[in-house]
Design a protein around this ligand. Structure first.
Ligand code: CAA
Length: 366
């Protein structure tokens, strides 16, 4: 059952950085069979920040695009929340960096949310609940999920790097309504974490995969409850997952289906028809941590007729997770935000392996 809501996403803006590395170039650099990255992990390109780009510039670009598309008076923004795990400061929130870039001063609440890749979803949920509670008094929220995912050179996670930002004006459900009920599951674990002062995350890869799959099974189990899992799952036109890399999503979606008692054929059909098509932009941009799920949601909403339902599963290491239900609004079919992605992907510089190596050596924290 979808629990309808009069609140949701009123406008969307996305931003991707100026550089990209094809994964086959990384495979050549590391002496790995390119099929491992292409077929084994399902990755295509890694989006990379140029030396003059940061998570702040990505977030501000996505936000300015969302605000322009929304077209409202910025004095109506009553909340700015940025979900990220690319913190710039242990004290000053990313929302202050972004608001400074955009020249936003006023009667808004401003903060940063952190829970690994789940942080952006937390910010969105809070904004939707703030609207639904009446505390917003008709004002809108600016919610941004933005990250740059980098691993140490040669780390197994290197082919899953990426970057990007998704900004949402949370108000009327013109692009999509966000269901008021959601299904959360949390279980403290050290699967992926980044101690203070360290440039790169520490990862227990196999454990992170197990935690992600367990979280997905728990959340979808709550959603289905006593109902027919087949009817519930196939009731969504698309089901989006957090995308560390597409193979992970395939494994998790098959695991959910198996846990809920679907046959192997039904599981394959669910993956191929409802999940795999959501990741077209993720394959071209890599893991953008907090933004990755919302990149898949933005990709899926394009062209949807009003009332079409989709599900969105958010996962953040540590770990916390939440499953949301969305329903397309009247502006979804036009998919105006596709323009941001087309522009950024068309303009970006595609690096060769040697140029990537130089870029990494040139970064101050490498
Ligand atoms: N041709 C085709 N396939 C090949 C191949 C070849 N030549 N060589 C290997 N493969 C396949 C393997 O069989 C394997 O596929 P299956 O899992 O289906 O068997 C796949 O390629 C990957 O191979 P490995 O397991 O050997 O890969 P790895 O040890 O190098 O590590 C990883 C992969 C663990 C995911 C690593 O990328 C990693 O540590 N990533 C970071 C952690 C992560 O992304 N975790 C995801 C959940 S946590 C989360 O969601 C938070 C987040 O965003 C980071």
């Amino acid at each position: 059952m979808t629990h309808p809501n009069d609140h949701g996403i009123e406008a969307l803006g996305l931003a991707f950085p100026a550089l990209a590395l094809p994964c086959h170039e990384l495979a050549a650099l590391r002496g790995v069979d390119p099929a491992k990255y292409d077929k084994g992990l399902g990755v295509g390109h890694i989006a990379l920040c140029a030396p003059d780009e940061t998570v702040v510039t990505l977030a501000a670009t996505a936000a300015s695009r969302a605000i322009a598309r929304w077209g409202g008076d910025v004095s109506r923004i009553g909340l700015i929340a940025v979900g990220s795990e690319t913190a710039q400061d242990m004290s000053r929130p990313l929302s202050a960096f972004v608001a400074e870039k955009l020249g936003l001063v006023g009667t808004y609440r401003s903060y940063e949310t952190k829970h690994a890749c789940y942080g952006g979803t937390v910010a969105l949920r809070q904004a939707v609940e703030w609207r639904a509670s009446g505390a917003a008094r008709g004002r809108v929220a600016l919610v941004i999920a933005a990250d740059e995912a980098l691993y140490a050179e040669g780390d197994p996670g290197e082919p899953t790097q990426g970057a990007g930002a998704v900004a949402m004006i949370v108000g009327e459900p013109s692009v999509a309504s966000v269901g008021l009920h959601s299904y959360a599951w949390a279980e403290p674990a050290f699967d992926f974490w980044r101690p203070v002062g360290e440039a790169y995350p520490r990862v227990d890869g196999p454990k992170s995969l197990d935690c992600y799959k367990r979280a997905a099974a728990e959340c979808f189990g709550q959603l289905v409850s006593q109902r027919s899992a087949r009817e519930v799952l196939f009731g969504y036109s698309r089901t989006c997952f957090h995308v560390p890399f597409p193979k992970m999503v395939q494994k998790a979606s098959l695991h959910v289906c198996e846990t809920l008692g679907l046959s192997a054929e039904e599981g394959q059909a669910f993956w191929a028809e409802r999940v795999e098509p959501t990741m077209g932009w993720n394959r071209e941009t890599g893991n953008s941590y907090t933004a990755a799920l919302w990149v898949a949601v933005a990709h899926s909403l394009r062209g949807m007729s009003p009332g079409t339902r989709l599900a969105a599963f958010s996962y953040g290491s540590g770990y916390g997770s939440e499953l949301l239900e969305l329903s397309a609004g009247p502006l979804a079919s036009a998919g105006a935000w596709s323009e941001d992605v087309e522009t950024d992907l068309r303009k970006r510089q595609v690096l060769r392996a040697g140029e990537y190596a130089q870029l990494r050596h040139g970064r101050s924290h490498v």
